[in-house]
Ligand binder design. Sequence first.
Ligand SMILES: NC(=O)c1ccc[n+]([C@@H]2O[C@H](COP(=O)([O-])OP(=O)(O)OC[C@H]3O[C@@H](n4cnc5c(N)ncnc54)[C@H](OP(=O)(O)O)[C@@H]3O)[C@@H](O)[C@H]2O)c1
Length: 278
Amino acid sequence: MSADRALDWSGRVALVSGAGSNIGRAVALEFVRRGAAIVLAGRDEARLQRTLAAAGAPGRVLVRAGDLAQDGVAESLVARALEYFGRIDAVACLAGGGGGDQALLEQSPAAWEGLVRDNLFTSMRVARAALPALCASRGTILFTSGGGAWFPETNARHTAYATAKAALCRLTDQLAFELLASGVRVNCLQPGLVLNEDDLARVESEESVLGAPHALRASNHTPEQAAELALWLLGSASAPLSGRLVATDDPWWHSATRAELERIQADPHAYTLRRSVI
Ligand SMILES: NC(=O)c1ccc[n+]([C@@H]2O[C@H](COP(=O)([O-])OP(=O)(O)OC[C@H]3O[C@@H](n4cnc5c(N)ncnc54)[C@H](OP(=O)(O)O)[C@@H]3O)[C@@H](O)[C@H]2O)c1
């Protein structure tokens, strides 16, 4: 596979959840820039319409708003995508996000479950609905984890988010194993800190008081950096990786050779969650 073919998505179709903001929006726009047709999914129609307008690719972008954790929504999204474009080659599950920031006893069970639903159930439902089409195209799936999955110190009051993101890591390697014979690859993105527009506005207002750069600037990534890795994981350049988690902060993937990827893929214990071993 040539480098050009790995970057060029012309003639292929990607479905992006969480496409109305921040990373999902950047992933959607990068797919359009590389020639793909895309389906934008999320709850807020107005935000999806803003991504559609920014894409500036009439006829290549479809918008479908709805709560992806609800019965039938992911299935109707996939049906519409197939009706319109005839195939699905990549599914990027970016829907989710943090929130809460409450200790377990402060958070209602409904709010806790809602966070798990928005991060984990939406991803499972979209991937499941698209699976027959992905098997036909030998396509790829991307889930999105986060540091909360394995670093408790990232935020001590984050049990729901951390649980959902850790579960997404396991969904990644378990589903990849289940799909070994199908040719469908499944990987997981760890984007690192990517401040959205509201966060950046807050940071800027604090900086105007501080008169100095905010501490978060040092660890922040742009949505485009996360999108670059997302498309690498969804594209042929990352083959044969499947069932793996890659972080924007890991520099190796930019230059990894096929032999190195094969070595990672051959290690059955590359992902160990937080298992203790002596
Ligand atoms: N940003 C970071 O620093 C960071 C770090 C690590 C991991 N992540 C993960 O990366 C992903 C994208 O992050 P982000 O910063 O781009 O998040 P974001 O700006 O909060 O966007 C999340 C998107 O998910 C959509 N969504 C949430 N629940 C949904 C549901 N039930 N059905 C349909 N759509 C739903 C939202 O739709 P609405 O527009 O309708 O609200 C929103 O557009 C998330 O999974 C997040 O947890 C982010």
